[in-house]
Design a protein around this ligand. Structure first.
Ligand SMILES: NC(=O)c1ccc[n+]([C@@H]2O[C@H](COP(=O)([O-])OP(=O)(O)OC[C@H]3O[C@@H](n4cnc5c(N)ncnc54)[C@H](OP(=O)(O)O)[C@@H]3O)[C@@H](O)[C@H]2O)c1
Length: 338
């Protein structure tokens, strides 16, 4: 192992975490074919670099992602395996054709989801457990209360939230300590800044930020003519369609000018910008290969001074993105957007 990464507490009650986490979703779902051996090598390389937090969801490839993490942990050196932290989302209902059927946050369902996840992960506990989207038919107090019982029983260590709005965050935090809110946050998705971030900061809740590269859109690697596999999220995402895509890629070219001047990559600027927003915000990078992981890790060495931050904000002003961050039907499930 190289020099250890500095650790800090996620939120005021969460686990000790490094400045970046690894999001494993794209290794099983939503971004087209993934290479299993390379995915496992990427998880091993992340652990070796001190990126101990592995984020997943039981519905990413209907268990595929958890089984992949199980294999990666089983085949990792014991010292790395022992440091790994699992962050698991549950609650999404799927069908055999890959369809989505809403969310289930009933206490009995929470405990059922957790039992299956523990078995698939091959671990005796989950480090952070959270419902992916709040079930509108179940008060958040009941869902979080069920996770709190799992904490008491030793099956879960910390409780997280995902895409929750300010009011739900407060209600959840009144039931049990919440380590972090997982939510989209990037140069082109800044919706949390107005209400959600002040709330998490007031309550001592960390942010695990996803979509920091806007699913590759602002990575500097996304080409306008890229062919997307059937089922790729980006094939349906408003930000990747027609005129919107062109406008968003124009923003990337503005960022590229800054990154070239600084001698770093566009992805590194985008990740470093999120890192610059506060120690309470931990980017989850969706690297699926060791090359991409190495690039993402490079962002940890990028410091942005006040002039550079101002130049980045001029290149990509808040609200500059063209298109919503999810298709309309999926926007409806986002408590954070209501
Ligand atoms: N709570 C939620 O609702 C929610 C929603 C979505 C995701 N998540 C979690 O957050 C994690 C990250 O989210 P995301 O996938 O949207 O992340 P992202 O980091 O914004 O996007 C990942 C995509 O960026 C591309 N990329 C290009 N350069 C990269 C680099 N240097 N490092 C990493 N990726 C690079 C990758 O493309 P190639 O692989 O094609 O190169 C990959 O498809 C997910 O894995 C998941 O665990 C949570």
């Amino acid at each position: 192992m190289t020099t250890p990464l500095p650790l800090h507490t996620l939120g005021s009650t969460g686990p000790q975490v490094p400045p970046l986490g690894l999001g494993c979703m794209g290794m099983s779902a939503l971004y087209g074919e993934a290479d299993r051996a390379e995915s496992i090598a990427t998880i091993h390389a992340a652990l070796d670099a001190g990126i101990t937090l592995l984020d997943t969801g039981d519905f990413y490839g209907m268990g595929h992602n958890e089984l992949l993490i199980n294999e990666a942990l089983r085949t990792a050196p014991a010292a790395l395996r022992e440091q790994a932290l699992t962050s698991v989302k549950f609650g999404a209902l799927r069908d055999a054709a890959g369809g989505w059927g809403g969310y289930d946050g009933r206490p009995a369902a929470v405990k059922n989801f957790a039992a299956y996840s523990l078995q698939r992960l091959g671990t005796d506990h989950i480090d952070i457990y959270r419902i992916a989207r709040i079930d509108p038919d179940v008060p958040i107090e009941e869902t979080v209360g069920a996770i709190a019982e799992l904490v008491e029983a030793g099956h879960v260590r910390h409780i997280g939230l995902s895409e929750a709005g300010a009011e739900s965050i407060r209600r959840a935090a009144a039931v049990a300590p919440i380590s972090d809110l997982q939510i989209e946050y990037s140069l082109i998705s800044r919706g949390i800044e107005e209400q959600i971030l002040p709330t998490t900061r007031e309550l001592g809740i960390g942010i695990t930020a996803y979509g920091v590269l806007s699913r590759g859109l602002i990575s500097g690697h996304f080409a306008r003519d890229r062919e997307l596999a059937p089922g790729d999220f980006r094939g349906m995402s408003p930000r990747f369609q027609g005129e919107n895509l062109q406008r968003n890629l124009d923003l990337v070219e503005e960022l590229r000018k800054i990154s070239e001047q600084k001698g770093v990559s566009v992805a590194q600027i985008a990740i470093a910008w999120v890192l610059s927003r506060g120690e309470d915000i931990m980017p989850l990078v969706g690297a699926r290969s060791r090359d991409r992981l190495t690039e993402a890790l490079g962002a940890l060495d990028v410091t942005l001074d006040a002039d550079e931050l101002a130049a980045i904000e001029r290149a990509v002003p808040a609200g500059a993105a063209a298109g919503d961050r999810y298709p309309t039907a999926q926007m409806a499930h986002l408590d954070s957007e209501h």
